[in-house]
Design a protein around this ligand. Sequence first.
Ligand code: ATP
Ligand code: MG
Length: 575
Amino acid sequence: MAINNMAENGDTAKDFIRAIIEQDLKSGKHKEIVTRFPPEPNGYLHIGHAKSICLNFGIAKDFSGRCHLRFDDTDPSKEETEYIESIKEDVSWLGFDWGKHLYYASDYFEKLYQYAVLLIKDGKAYVDSLSADEIREYRGTLTEPGKDSPHRNRQPEENLDLFQRMRDGEFDDGECVLRAKIDMASPNLNMRDPTLYRIRKLPHPRTDDRWCIYPMYDFAHCLSDAIEGITHSICTLEFEDHRPLYDWILDQLPVPCHPRQIEFARLNLSYTLMSKRKLKNLVDRGSVENWDDPRMPTISGLRRRGYTPEAIRYFCDRIGVAKTNSVVDIALLEHCIRDDLNKRAQRVMAVLKPLKIIIDNYPEDKVELLDAENNPEDPGMGMRKIPFSSVIYIERDDFSENPPPKFFRLAPGREIRLKHAYYIKCKGVEKDPKTGEAVCLYCTYDPETRGGWSADGRKVLGTSHWVSAAHALQAEVRLYNHLFTTPNPADEKDFNTVLNPGSLELFSSCLVEPSLKDAKPGNLYQFLRQGYFYTDQDTAKTGKLTFNRTATLRDTWAKIKKAEGQKNNKPRISS
Ligand code: ATP
Ligand code: MG
C-alpha cells in the first residue's frame, strides 16, 4: 500500500457514518444513538484503537447518545486482567467516559448459551465431531464449494444432548464444536457453517472455571450488541464479509434489537505495526522494554513519549473516516503533537553532549541572573532567571576546530551568541593529547551584549544554547527514532529483521538548566534547538532527571505539504 501523504479525509463534521446516523435520527428509526468500543483484552491499545475510540465515543457525544466500553473477553487463552486495566486507563486518558456502561461479553455467557440452544432447537445449529483440520478441509475454497459434514444432519435432540455435554466438560478441547447450519456452498466462506462454540478447558479471568466452552467472536459480538441495544455497530473493513453472518444470527433469534454494522477503514501508519499480537511479540522478545516503551505505537507508549490526549484526538480528527484502506504518514502524527506542544511547552536549555568553555574575562566568582522568556508563543507563561558564570557548557556539535562550509557555529576566532546571555569569541582550544578532541575552549565575552544583542548592530553567525557549569543539573536524555527501518514493516516476512538498531539513543551525562530541578514525571518542555521532551517516570524512581524526546522541532509534515503545494500549484508568474 502506498503511503498517503494526502490522507486527510478531513471533514469529520459529517463523515459517511455520521451522515447515516443523522438520517436514522431524522427518519425516526432511532431516538437515541448507542455505540460501543469493543476491545479484546489480549494486549495494550494502540493508536489504531484511538481512531475507533474517537469515532465511537465522538459520535455518542455529537449526537447526545452513549458509548459502551465492552470487553470482548471470549478467549481465555490470550486474555489477562492486566490488559483490561490498561485499556480502561487508556480510554479515560484519551478523555472519554463510559459512565456506568462498562460491560463484558463474559457477563452474557449464560444468555449466549441459551441463544445457541434456541438455534439448535430450530435445527439451525449442530454439534460437529470433525477435527479442526477436517473442518478446514471440508470448508472448500474461494473457487470450490464446501462439503457437508457427516454430522450435519444430527437431529436437534441429539445436538442438545451433545451441546449440554460439551458444557459439562465431557469432551476434550477440539473433540467437537457447535456450528451454525447455513450453507456449505455459499460464495462467502464465513457463511459455510461457521463455528459458534468451541471447547477450551481453561480458567477465564472473570468466570474462572464455570465454563469450558466459549463462544466465537462472530456469535458473541452481534448478540452482545443486540443485548446492549447498540444502534450502530462500527467496525473495521475486514468485517465487511462477516456482516451477512452478523445479520443472519440476529435474524434467527428473538433479540431485543438488530444493530446495523457499518465498516470503516482501519488506521495504518508508516514505520509502525498495528496489531496487538505483533506488538506483544516485540515485548515478549525484548525488542522493546515493555508495552509502554516510548517507541511503541501503543497509547501507553505514546503517553510516555509525551503525546497529549489533545494531540491524539486532533490527529484522529484530521485523518477522518474513510471506506478504503491507506497508510497514513507518521509525519502527520508528529506534526499534531508538535502543534500542541508548541503552544504549551516551556522553553529551557539542555546540553546533551557537553563541551566546557572558560570565559577568561568574566570574573571567576561572579554570577548573573539573566532573563529568559518561557514561551515566545505565549507571553502569559512569563519569564524566568537563568544563572550565568565564567564556566559554561555548550553542545559539542556546536563547535568545530576546522569548520566545514555552512557551519554557522563556534570555531577558533569566531564569535557567536549565547542565547539570552552574551556574545562570546573563541580564543583557544585545549585538546586531549591522545585523541586530539577538544576538551575545553577558552573564550572572551563582550559585556556590551547582555541579553544577546549588540548595540553596534554587529552580526554573529549563530546562537547556541548553554548551561552554567556551577548551576547545571545532571540528566539522562533519550532520543527516539522510528522503530523500523522500512515504512511498511507489516509487509516483511519477519518484522524482527527490519527493527531499527538506532531507534533509541541514550545520553546519560547531559546537563540541564537549574529551573528543571523540580521537573516531575509528566512535565513537558521544549529543549531549545533539540525538540520537545517529556519528564519520564524514571525521574521519580531513580532520582535522576530523565527526559524522553517526544518529537524533534523539524516538521517534516509541513515540508511535505509545502512541496506538494508547490507541485500542484501553477508556477507563479513574476513581473
Ligand atoms: P489487533 O489486531 O490490534 O488486536 P483488533 O481489531 O483485533 O486489533 P480489537 O481489540 O478487537 O482489536 O479492536 C477493538 C476495536 O478497535 C474494533 O472495533 C476494531 O475494529 C478497532 N480497531 C482495531 N485496530 C484498528 C485500527 N488500526 N484502526 C481503526 N480501528 C481499529
Ligand atoms: Mg483481535
